[in-house]
Design a protein around this ligand. Structure first.
Ligand code: C2E
Ligand code: MG
Ligand code: MG
Length: 271
């Protein structure tokens, strides 16, 4: 992956983004997600796939640079299928190497508003040879209008196939209680804006604590993202949070680095 280039920002256009998808310029990084099992016994349970654009004219681009345009133009659909295919294929390779990771892939809510999605996802899993319970779809709500009945039906079909469903960035923007109440999620991700400050700000701590309890009562696995320090990790552990992700554990890394991370991590856990 090329280093950042110091050229003036070249505008992201629909045509250039479309070409980037066709020319394989999108690259995936993977960020470890740990299952908390008690100090020294935590496990590397899975990774979240995070897209980057290795733009030949502008260097490496953050998803914040191009996901909004992708959503506006509909390119988010081919982009998401690209990410999904690459992520499950890579995860199958890890399985073959004896690393049975779960992979989380981000999907905008607008794509779930389609009854053909569950079979399309199942076909991608089948092609890659990855069991469906090794995929979690992290649904991000961007405020686009969706038809509730279709979305619930589509999410239910995905769950019936054994695919995990996570409500991403919970507590901000459009990730609301209505969704929790009516939709068959299996995981809730506490937004990093609260997690990052929960050891410093009493209000952030109260919010994290309440969200963790809410998730427990609704029998959802709770994952905190944005864990940047040991003190936040310790606090989350004491609150009963089951999964964590953040720079304190690892930044997003290349696929090749994941095996090394897993090896070092399990050696450390064994003591
Ligand atoms: P997200 O799904 O909530 O992903 C987590 C983001 O938090 C990632 O940013 C990750 O690098 C960052 N992060 C992780 N740990 C920490 C931490 O300890 N501190 C801080 N400050 N940040 C942390 P990234 O990779 O820039 O992605 C940003 C957002 O872009 C994602 O948020 C997601 O909404 C979207 N995105 C990324 N990849 C995809 C994709 O393949 N498809 C779609 N639709 N959206 C994507
Ligand atoms: Mg996510
Ligand atoms: Mg998130």
């Amino acid at each position: 992956m090329s280093a950042l280039r110091y050229t003036p920002d070249i505008e992201v256009t629909e045509a250039r983004l479309r070409a980037a998808i066709d020319n394989n310029e999108l690259k995936l990084l993977y960020q470890p997600k740990l299952a908390l099992r008690g100090e020294g016994m935590d496990e590397l349970e899975g990774v979240e796939a995070l897209v980057r654009w290795d733009d030949p004219l502008n260097g490496l681009r953050s998803p914040m640079d191009f996901i909004p345009l992708a959503e506006k133009t509909g390119l988010i659909i081919p982009l998401s299928f690209y990410v999904l295919r690459h992520a499950v294929t890579q995860t199958r390779l890890w399985h073959e190497q004896g690393l049975p990771l779960t992979v989380s892939v981000n999907l905008p809510a607008i794509m779930v508003n389609d009854l053909s999605l569950p079979d399309q996802v199942a076909a991608i899993l089948n092609d890659a040879g990855l069991p469906s319970d090794k995929l979690i779809l992290e649904i991000t709500e961007t405020g686009a209008m969706v038809d509730f009945a279709t979305t619930i039906e589509s999410l239910t079909r995905l769950r019936v196939k054994g695919i995990g469903l996570s409500i991403d960035d919970f507590g901000t923007g459009y990730s609301s209680l209505v969704e929790l109440y009516r939709m068959p999620f299996s995981e809730l991700k506490v937004d990093r804006s609260f997690v990052m400050e929960c050891d410093q700000a009493a209000e952030a701590r109260t919010i994290v604590e309440a969200i963790v309890q809410l998730a427990h009562k609704m029998e959802l696995t709770v994952c905190a993202e944005g864990v940047e320090s040991k003190s936040v990790l310790d606090l989350l552990r004491s609150l009963g949070c089951q999964k964590v992700q953040g720079f304190f554990i690892s930044r997003p890394i290349h696929a090749a680095e994941v095996t090394e991370f897993a090896r070092r991590f399990s050696a450390k856990s064994r003591g």
